[in-house]
Design a protein around this ligand. Structure first.
Ligand code: C5P
Length: 216
């Protein structure tokens, strides 16, 4: 069984993907974390030279990404926290728009799905990575609510950013992700669309669960 979950930033994808994976004994793959790792390595190795595609592709090719439960390792270094900083969040779409980077990530993601029952979340899972997935979800929500959710998460980690600034970051990120030519964020025709605005995680989970149970 393969489950694809796509949608814009802050729609609840990763929380729900983890919940589904735990309940159905499936493996969760956070594909966003993989692109975040590449952006983090680029920042470390060449700084914010995100126009330098050749070097970015070289870095992506030399980066070994590994997951251990909730932890993310990049070339054997634990980067779980580093890849969630606002700087990395802002620049991840700069590496994710490069075709050669996407090709590398997509082939690793497909390889992973070959021998695991997987729940994957991202932007191009239903369209590119797992076009034959048994179930495809597209989660969306009003941008203000997505920004509020992100702010709450960030506040718990000591954030001081204002809601408007977080909302603008999300809008810019979504726009980059929707408008790139390679693996853009799209709602595929066979996706089950869920608007999570005003709904709790538990409510959305129950809705998704009905579809998963039906598909089994
Ligand atoms: O899911 P998350 O917010 O961690 O993703 C961070 C960024 O990684 C996205 O804004 C997008 O640019 C990129 N991404 C992608 N394709 C995916 C997953 C994430 O391009 N499958």
């Amino acid at each position: 069984m393969q489950i694809a979950i796509d949608g814009p930033a802050g729609a609840g994808k990763s929380t729900l993907a983890k919940k589904i994976a735990a309940a159905y004994k499936m493996t969760y793959l956070d594909t966003g974390a993989m692109y975040r790792c590449i952006a983090h390595c680029v920042l470390n190795q060449i700084g914010d030279r995100f126009d330098n595609e050749a070097d970015i592709v070289k870095i992506a090719g030399a980066t070994v990404i590994r997951f251990e439960g909730e932890q993310v390792f990049c070339n054997d270094k634990d980067v779980t926290r580093e890849i969630r900083t606002p700087l990395v969040s802002r620049h991840t779409s700069d590496v994710a728009r490069i075709k050669a980077v996407r090709d590398l990530m997509v082939s690793q993601q497909r390889e992973y799905a070959k021998d695991h029952a997987v729940v994957m979340d991202g932007r191009d899972i239903g369209s590119v990575v797992l076009p034959d997935a048994e179930l495809k979800f597209f989660l969306d929500a009003d941008v203000r609510e997505r920004a509020q959710r992100r702010k709450k998460e960030m506040d718990e980690k000591g954030n001081t950013k204002a809601l408007e600034e977080i909302k603008t970051d999300i809008e810019n990120r979504d726009s980059n992700d929707r408008n790139r030519s390679e693996g853009p964020l799209v709602q595929v025709p066979d996706a089950i669309v869920i608007d999570t605005t005003g709904k709790s995680i538990e409510e959305v989970y129950e809705e998704m669960k009905i579809h998963i149970d039906e598909a089994q």
